[in-house]
Design a protein around this ligand. Structure first.
Ligand SMILES: [Ca+2]
Length: 367
């Protein structure tokens, strides 16, 4: 479903590729507990053409959140994958075949006692044990509308430097997006600004077409947008300006490989949704021929939520507000990827408008 961006041979993003696998032979059943705001169990069915036999993935989580000032909440995860003949959970890097995901991240901890004045009521989280921050941004450095366009037109220029020194790039004005058939989909100079402690995506028509933006941070450990493995966390909410509820817009905040041609081995999306939806999904692509693991849960985009991807050797785990949604262990990509906050036209055009507000982002590297 997702699609992407990507910088092509000239270092430019290319319009995405969208596929929706419809024919099926694989059934993924996801069970997750607990999560706030909905039923305790969630079942999803999905198909891919890749396998002839059903694959069942079960992931369970239990969360212990202490009421005191403990720096982190503890999440315990166990995941088992029952796989029929054709799939493998072997990480290509040679990791153990059935390696269970390590303990998930301990993120999204609320700072108690009003110490945090962030718009969302939650500050940047403490650094998870075993990781180092490589991009933190609380968006307290204001940037006016017009400042996020890349004057070089390459998508490689630094267009914003935040309060923790993280530098950002952005697809340039006029660049096509996944569902625009070559027409402009990104207009960062008329969409992005930073004020009042948030990165503000003002989603609205530009020249009669819905316009989004697609920023990506440069990581301090590599000096590039790319790293292998890590934690990617973002706290955001949506503000609707009208009854269309931003159905002209789609988010696929994703990890993407250096070589576009590898996206079907490597793309990892979370959160992914039409902004009018009441559901959000994660998609872990693997294997190179259309396979993906899908995990979905209910969400109210008008409320602040923290979305987290944890990518490590042999696993990708996805969390909403610290609650595990699902873990993929299928042929997990083990080469560098970049993070794109891909917010783009959905293919509809009702003329609606609204905002995606990002309170903060945090990217960590292992070690
Ligand atoms: Ca903030």
């Amino acid at each position: 479903m997702p699609r992407l961006p990507a910088f092509g041979a000239r270092g430019l993003p290319r319009p995405a590729i969208a596929t929706f696998a419809v024919v099926l032979s694989t059934l993924v059943v996801l069970t997750t507990t607990p999560w706030s705001g909905g039923s305790a169990k969630l079942r999803l069915e999905r198909s891919t053409r890749a396998h002839a036999t059903p694959t069942t993935t079960t992931a369970t989580s239990s969360t212990t959140t202490s009421a005191n000032v403990a720096p982190t909440s503890t999440v315990t995860t166990s995941a088992s994958t029952t796989t029929s003949t054709t799939t493998s959970t072997v990480a290509r890097s040679g990791a153990p075949a059935s390696a269970a995901p390590p303990p998930p991240p301990t993120t999204t901890t609320t700072t108690p006692g009003g110490a945090c004045s962030d718009p969302s009521g939650q500050c940047l989280p403490p650094t998870p044990a075993g990781y180092s921050p490589v991009c933190l941004d609380d968006f307290t450095v204001d940037a006016p509308m017009g400042s996020w366009n890349d004057p070089t037109g390459t998508g490689n220029a630094v267009v914003y430097t935040g309060d923790h020194g993280c530098k950002w790039t952005s697809y340039p004005d006029g660049w096509p997006s996944t569902y625009t058939n070559g027409q402009p989909g990104y207009e960062p100079s008329q969409v992005l600004s930073v004020h009042n402690g948030v990165l503000d995506f003002y989603l609205h028509d530009v020249n009669g077409l819905p316009a989004g933006a697609n920023p990506s941070p440069i990581l301090s450990n590599t000096g590039s947008r790319y790293q292998t493995y890590g934690i990617y966390e973002i706290r955001a909410k949506v503000v609707y300006d009208d009854s269309y509820r931003l159905d002209d817009y789609y988010i696929a905040w994703l990890l993407w490989p250096q070589d576009d041609g590898n996206w079907q081995y490597a793309e990892s999306d979370f959160p992914e949704a039409n902004l009018a939806d009441n559901q959000v999904c994660a998609y872990a692509h693997y294997g190179g021929s259309g396979s993906q693991d899908q995990f979905c849960t209910n969400v109210d985009f008008t409320q602040w939520h923290t979305y987290t991807q944890v990518w490590g050797p042999g696993y990708r785990s996805y969390y909403l507000d610290g609650q595990l949604i699902g873990t993929s262990t299928n042929q997990v990509w083990d080469q560098p990827e970049r993070w794109q906050i891909q917010t783009e036209p959905s293919g509809m055009n009702d003329g609606d408008s609204g905002h995606v507000l990002v309170d903060w982002v945090a990217v960590y590297a292992p070690g």
